[in-house]
Design a protein around this ligand. Structure first.
Ligand code: 5RP
Length: 255
């Protein structure tokens, strides 16, 4: 059985950004996953978390850890993460069976200095929020582009993703612009105009609402949640414990 490769000895990937994502994810797993005490593991969505599942899969193949890791139950945040769990030989579970998660790892679209996040660039934010808020420990994995020098909305220009009930999308977009001051609130479309709105894993639509730089994400999160038709917002407030940012030179910054 293969011993876990050390992060320092990994051969470089073709793309430095992928290297940054992998290093952040591997370090986050190595430094936070306790194979003896953690049993229920949340696995998020996106391109960085791919390396989290890959790293946990490496633990599974190492004799020293197999007996613990083979008993892990991994809770997905959507279709992609369900597949990641299975592809890495890990056991899949559901949040209905395991409403309390020991540790969850997920990516982010932007992270501010107070560890408040924008998520949902991949349209999974309802299930991501369900999993992260059900976790005793929530760890963010990201590349250097996600670290905001200032407020949320500084780097991430696509707006706050908001999951809405389909029949309410026009009303919610109207309220976001007229009541909450969004510069623009647009329903996210599929690949082509013909494809129509993107449908989430919960059969809802996503509205991306541009609030510019967000000074008070806590208040904005509450205000958006109070609109009729909103299922969940992509503002993740007071939830993350730590964020790992991979740099292109192979270093990792932990916040
Ligand atoms: C999906 C998400 C992702 O975690 C977020 O978009 C980050 O993705 P990536 O790791 O590909 O940068 O919130 O809804």
């Amino acid at each position: 059985m293969a011993p876990i490769p050390s992060v320092e000895d990994l051969p470089h990937l073709a793309n430095p950004l992928e290297d940054a994502k992998r290093t952040a994810a591997y370090r986050a797993v190595d430094e936070n996953l306790n194979v003896e005490t953690h049993k229920i593991i949340g696995i998020g969505s996106g391109s960085t978390v791919v390396y989290v599942a890959e790293r946990i899969g490496q633990y599974l193949l190492d004799d020293k850890y197999t007996k613990f890791v083979s008993k892990f139950i991994c809770i997905p945040t959507g279709f992609q993460s369900r597949k990641l769990i299975l592809d890495n030989g890990l056991q899949l579970g559901s949040i209905e069976q395991h409403p309390v998660i020991d540790i969850a790892f997920d990516g982010a679209d932007e992270v501010d200095a107070n560890l408040q996040l924008i998520k949902g660039g991949g349209a999974c934010q309802f299930q991501e929020k369900l999993v992260s808020t059900s976790s005793k420990l929530f760890i963010v994995v990201a590349d250097y582009r996600k670290k905001s020098p200032h407020y949320l909305g500084t780097n991430w220009k696509q707006g706050v993703p908001i999951e809405v009930v389909p029949s309410a999308y026009v009303r919610v977009a109207h309220d976001l612009e007229n009541l909450l001051g969004a510069k623009k609130a647009v329903v996210r479309q599929g690949g082509s105009a013909k494809a129509g709105p993107i449908v989430t894993d919960n059969n809802n639509f996503i509205i991306d609402a541009d609030f510019g730089e967000i000074e008070d994400p806590k208040k904005l999160n509450i205000d958006i949640k109070l609109l009729v038709g909103v299922v969940e917002t992509g503002l993740f407030i007071d939830n993350a414990e730590k964020a790992y940012f991979g740099n292109s030179d192979g270093s990792v910054e932990v916040q």
